[in-house]
Design a protein around this ligand. Structure first.
Ligand SMILES: Cc1ncc(COP(=O)(O)O)c(C=O)c1O
Length: 381
């Protein structure tokens, strides 16, 4: 008997057992029992009063975006092709590039993953990504899952990128250089002049990927962005998301800007905009034009940050001044315990450990949630 037959027979045996088990299982469990289990799961889950862990933006979506989404509902049986084209055109005009420079995605995370797949596939065995550490891991995580290496360069004393050390790590085997600016989890922004010089020289050898998820929160987004490199024809790739300043984390819209030939290649590993819903794209078109909302969103974020800075200062804590919608600060206790204690009280935050220091990252929220954080922080810290 061949191995194939055996495997097939075993597979048939196990799959029929599985099917029988599934049928038996569902019939056996009474509806009451399932409901009890469900209730138990729900009652075991902590009630979250303040969600300050995922860098979402609770100050929106804007009224105009909400209205556009509701208006889009009756037409949601259609693929939103026309609106994807319209949105791409709007971005191209604003950024001063052509429509061929732009790829759309359901959030920028999808675009980070498509990029990781394309460059790891293109580079083949032995390829690596160069990045600062710590940084946002989605692209690196996806690439390393499929065999890409990771050359991490520790941040410098100012918690900024050590650009010289990163440039020195770039070899023939580098697939791309990943830079998150401003960086997550530090909230630090890199000097635009220095980063521009880095992008200019390194992109002549290898693509430089700049994740600008938080760019709208910096003092001067236009000056800080590396979009000019793309307009100059450099091999730089930029992603932006609507999840932050536009409050679209649950609606899922992002875009990537790069040279047209690069967009063409990365697009082969993406969904071609088909992952974007008709409602989200209509909402994004409205939000993109709503400059007042963006201003409001940024102002509310600054208000929350000032509240947190004051709290930390009053309690003798240091913090990294942030150009994003989150703040990282060193703790005086174990960071995992801090997260657990806060969670028990219904406040969700993130913990980080690097350079041997225990740290917490807190996302900005509405005044009542920041106050809840402050009350619990005063009890625990
Ligand atoms: C730096 C950075 N890039 C990308 C993302 C992905 O966001 P999204 O997929 O919602 O666009 C995040 C999410 O927090 C982020 O912090």
């Amino acid at each position: 008997m061949s191995t194939t037959t055996l495997n097939r027979r075993n597979w048939l045996k196990s799959s029929s057992l599985l099917a029988a088990g599934l049928t038996f299982g569902t019939g056996y469990r009474s509806a009451a029992e399932t409901a009890t289990q469900r209730r138990k799961i729900l009652s075991d889950m902590p009630v979250i009063k303040a969600r300050l862990s995922a860098n979402e933006n609770p100050f929106g979506p804007s009224e105009k975006a909400r209205k556009a989404i509701i208006e889009a509902l009756p037409e949601s049986y259609l693929y939103p092709r026309q609106h994807l084209i319209e949105f791409r055109k709007m971005i191209a005009e604003t950024e001063g590039v052509s429509e061929e420079h732009i790829m759309l995605g359901a959030g920028s995370g999808e675009l980070l993953t498509s990029t990781a797949l394309y460059y790891t596939f293109k580079g083949g065995p032995g390829t690596h990504i160069v990045s600062g550490d710590p940084s946002y891991m989605q692209l690196i995580r996806a690439a390393t899952q499929i065999g890409c290496g990771w050359e991490k360069v520790p941040l410098n004393k100012q918690y900024d990128y050590d650009l010289d050390a990163m440039a020195a790590k770039v070899t023939d085997k580098t697939s791309l250089v990943y830079i998150c600016n401003p960086n997550n989890p530090t909230g630090v922004v890199t000097d635009p002049g220095k980063l521009m010089a880095f992008c200019d020289s390194v992109s002549a050898k290898k693509p430089v990927f700049v994740d600008e998820a938080y760019i709208d929160y910096v003092a001067d987004p236009k000056k800080t962005s590396m979009m000019e490199c793309i307009r100059k024809g450099k091999n730089v790739i930029i992603t932006r998301t609507f999840s932050k300043v536009h409050s679209f984390a649950g609606l899922r819209i992002g875009y990537l800007v790069a040279q047209p030939e690069v967009v063409k290649e990365i697009s082969k590993f993406g969904a071609g905009g088909m992952s974007i819903s008709a409602t989200s794209i209509r909402g994004a078109i409205a939000s993109y034009q709503d400059k007042d909302f963006v201003k409001y969103s940024v102002a509310k974020n600054i208000e929350a940050k000032e509240f947190l800075y004051k709290l930390l200062k009053e309690n003798g804590y240091e913090y990294l001044p942030s150009q994003t919608n989150f703040v990282l600060f060193p703790l005086k206790m174990d960071s995992k315990r801090f997260v657990e204690e806060m969670m028990k009280r219904g406040v969700s935050i993130r913990n980080w450990e690097f350079e041997g220091k225990q740290r917490s990252r807190v996302s900005m929220g509405p005044r009542d949630q920041m106050k809840m954080f402050a009350d619990d922080f005063n009890q625990i810290s």
